[in-house]
Write a new protein. Structure first.
Length: 116
């Protein structure tokens, strides 16, 4: 009986060691993937910061004003005047669509008599 207990104990220790070994490598792989993803996110944030800086640089009001003056004739731009703007209540919105009739009611025969 003692020998059986020793064999079962040894097998359980070996199986637990094997499980711990596999879990260790799975954890290391997950940590490695996490590090790679964080690095990619950092690089994406850096690229985004550069793009935002470029966008701010290209959209400077003085630069846009100069571009508009240079290309005024070619683009056919018109000067903005206050009377060109309107109010929200002046906008003509399309009417709401009519809902489909799914359950029609016969209103001609209101007497309750059966139709022939």
């Amino acid at each position: 009986m003692r020998t059986l207990l020793y064999i079962l104990t040894t097998l359980s220790v070996i199986s637990l060691a094997f499980w711990a070994y596999r879990e260790n490598y799975a954890t290391q792989a997950a940590l490695s993937e996490t590090r790679e993803l964080r690095q990619e996110i950092r690089e994406a944030h850096e690229r985004l910061a550069v793009l935002r800086a470029e966008w701010a640089y290209l959209n400077r009001p003085d630069r846009l004003r100069d571009l508009a003056e240079i290309n005024y004739d070619r683009l056919g731009l018109l000067e903005l005047h206050p009377e060109q703007f309107g109010y929200v209540d002046q906008v003509a919105y399309p009417p709401d669509p009519l809902l489909p009739i799914t359950n029609p009611v016969d209103v001609i025969n209101l007497t309750g008599e059966a139709r022939p």
